[in-house]
Write a protein that binds this ligand. Structure first.
Ligand SMILES: [Zn+2]
Ligand SMILES: [Zn+2]
Length: 338
């Protein structure tokens, strides 16, 4: 059982509480059994409360005690060993959300960008859901997907939902945040395979990610074979669109409570290679299909990394991706880069 020991520099950092979250995740991913958190003595009560609260979120208690002298805010001590919470160089995260996402649970783009850059992520991409920018939150259940008239109505409306506002905001942020922060969109299909991006919104993004969150036109009670056929049809359609990345390939199936059609690993990997679209390594709430990425490499498809962060604290959580890259015999430099 190891304790996580926080230094004065870490608890005094503007990222302090978020760094405690990173430390717990890193320790547990490395196999440590974390017994609790040691805070420096004499913290101000308000700051102590925030750290105690964050530790409790992970099921951990805090005590005050002696902590090592260390001036680096990004170093913690786990079981007496120093752990650097920064990520290694050369990592690009192309998939994170913003406060504009309906599925976001407390992410703030500026906080997320600051944390990501501080932790050494080379490029932080934000790829908000295009549908969330166009449609009200009650359209989240993908009813818009089968209602082209509704979609076109929104596209013809003033401001196209929140899209025009988002675009204006992003343009203002570019100069402030610099080239390490990129802006794209995560885009679905609708209306029989059309790309859910209004003509006015086709340009002006650094990149586009294609995603299948829902399969169109499935009757209730569709068989696995029907679902698989319709999903593959949608993958083929999506890969005809101007996307650089296929988000969370195969996630649709576990989320729909269905078995993953592993016989499609190779056909999908081949299509990715042929269309020049990268397969995304994404560990956000999906059982990971490592073997699919092996097949992608055999077929010559590219690889992209995405945290799919929906909360600020999940930004720069790229350690699971690093483990996956090692399992695939890859280094960060083998992944999609700017
Ligand atoms: Zn997605
Ligand atoms: Zn996403």
């Amino acid at each position: 059982m190891d304790r996580i020991v926080l230094t004065d520099a870490l608890v005094g950092s503007p990222f302090g509480v978020l760094l405690l979250d990173k430390a717990v995740k890193a320790a547990r991913l490395a196999g440590a059994e974390v017994a609790g958190v040691t805070l420096p003595r004499g913290m101000a009560p308000a700051a102590r409360c925030r750290f105690v609260g964050e530790a409790a979120r992970h099921g951990l208690g805090c005590v005050e005690g002696a902590v090592p002298a260390c001036g680096d805010a990004f170093t913690v001590f786990v079981g007496g060993r120093a752990v650097d919470l920064r990520v290694p160089g050369g990592l690009h995260d192309w998939h994170a959300h913003t406060q504009f996402a309906y599925c976001g649970r407390g992410i703030d783009l500026m906080d997320a960008a600051a944390l990501s850059l501080a932790l050494g992520v080379e490029t932080q991409g934000f790829s908000e859901h295009a549908f969330a920018l166009y449609f009200p939150s009650d359209a989240l259940k993908f009813r818009w997907q089968g209602d082209p008239g509704f979609v076109e109505g929104v596209w013809a409306s003033e401001g196209r939902g929140r899209m025009a506002a988002y675009r204006a905001w992003v343009e203002g942020l570019r100069a402030l945040l610099g080239p390490r922060v990129r802006f794209g969109l995560e885009v679905d299909l609708f209306g029989g395979g059309r790309f859910c991006l209004a003509p006015e919104d086709r340009e002006g993004w650094d990149y586009l990610i294609g995603a299948i969150h829902e399969v169109e036109g499935l009757a209730p009670g569709a068989t696995q074979a029907e679902v698989v056929r319709a999903w593959m049809r949608d993958v083929e359609r999506l890969l005809q669109q101007p996307i650089q990345v296929l988000a969370h390939p195969f996630r649709y199936f576990p989320w729909a409570g269905r078995p993953v059609p592993r016989e499609l690993y190779r056909p999908v990997a081949r299509m990715l290679a042929q269309t020049g679209v990268a397969a995304e390594i994404n560990h956000h709430k999906n059982p990971f299909e490592l073997e699919f990425f092996r097949v992608c490499l055999e077929e010559g498809a590219g690889i992209s990394l995405g945290t799919d962060a929906h909360v600020t604290r999940d930004i720069a959580d790229l350690r699971p991706h690093l483990r996956t890259l090692a399992e695939l015999g890859l280094s960060p430099g083998d992944c999609l880069s700017p």
